[in-house]
Design a protein around this ligand. Structure first.
Ligand code: NCD
Length: 316
């Protein structure tokens, strides 16, 4: 694997292969000394043009657990805020000898440009590009579900027949886009639930079902309910009447939580806005896998870095 840019182009075998390596990495993370010498001498740059908590720190933890040198570069406080272009930034990273660049950017397609423009010969990992994709988030979501379902017998397995409902601001969500493709490739059945204004126009071409009614989706007895944040920072218009109305119709409140099976998985990529798309009761309930998702993020990102950097970089 040369780059990790999207889940749309991952085939089932490759996806399961990444999840299986992540299982090995999770074993390492549960040891007292959580470190492998595998990427000693490699340089990983975290290039973040947008805010991030979980994704940035888990990529940093992942690279350090594999003994890589890590450089954290955030656009705020760098020459990017003085107008330096992506090309100049990439050439700077090439000059310092970056082997992998983890990039988060507000422009959909920025990681693809870095991977294909010839400015830098490093493995590119997409850590979220605009409203396009967030492949390691989808992989950690799948990893979390698979572990919950199969425990230590997860290796080699997909998510066949698992029913996942993803609820909320699909329009602005790169997480939903990456999840839909990966979960489908792994055999899961995905339903998206959102107000019509927060659904993209092209969902007809996505491998999933669409609905507007969260109560009906809950009555269909899903295995996973994944809540998404309202991405107000990407909105330039009113997409719903007000937050109270949104919570009432599309929020996972205590009464909807009560109607879920006791083993239904409640997930959220974070950051959560408690009281809006998810109640505190749901976020902190025994069904919630939010913290497992964060822990899985380290294992999955270790696997991705390992697969990109330890193999033969000349082979695609
Ligand atoms: C998401 C993102 O940045 O796309 N968060 C994450 O990476 N865990 C979702 C969000 O910001 O709501």
């Amino acid at each position: 694997m040369r780059h990790l840019l999207s889940t749309r182009d991952l085939d089932r075998e490759t996806a399961i292969g990444i999840l299986d390596v992540a299982e090995d990495m999770a074993d390492v993370s549960s040891r007292e000394v959580k470190k492998l010498p595998t990427l000693r001498g490699k340089t990983v740059v975290n290039l973040f043009f947008e805010d991030s908590t979980r994704t940035r720190i888990s990529f940093e933890a992942a690279a350090k657990r594999l003994s890589a040198d890590v450089i954290n570069f955030s656009a705020k406080g760098s020459s990017v805020s003085k107008g330096e272009s992506l090309k100049d930034t990439a050439q700077t990273l090439a000059a310092i000898g970056a082997d992998a660049v983890v990039v988060r950017h507000s422009a959909s397609g920025a990681p693809h440009t870095l991977a294909s423009a010839g400015w830098i010969d490093a493995g590119i990992l997409n850590a979220g590009d605009g409203t396009h994709e967030h492949p390691t988030q989808a992989l950690l979501d799948a990893f979390t579900m698979r572990r919950r379902l199969h425990g230590s017998a997860s290796r080699g397995k997909g998510l066949d027949g698992v029913h996942v409902v993803i609820v909320g601001d699909i329009l602005h969500s790169r997480v939903a886009r990456s999840d839909v493709w990966l979960l489908n490739t792994l055999g899961a059945h995905v339903t998206l639930i959102a107000p019509p204004t927060l659904l993209p126009v092209d969902t007809g071409q996505w491998p999933c079902e669409i609905g507007y009614d969260l109560d009906a989706a809950i009555d269909a007895d899903p295995d996973v309910v994944m809540m998404l944040r309202i991405q107000a920072e990407r909105m330039n218009a009113a997409f719903f009447p007000n937050t109270r109305e949104y919570s009432r119709r599309w929020g996972l409140d205590a009464s909807r939580l009560d109607r879920l099976r006791s083993d239904t998985m409640v997930m959220h990529p974070g950051p959560m806005v408690r009281g809006l798309e998810i109640s505190a009761a749901a976020a902190d309930s025994a069904r919630s896998l939010v913290r497992d998702q964060v822990a899985s993020g380290v294992s999955v990102r270790m696997a991705a870095l390992y697969l990109l950097l330890s193999g033969d970089r000349e082979v695609d």
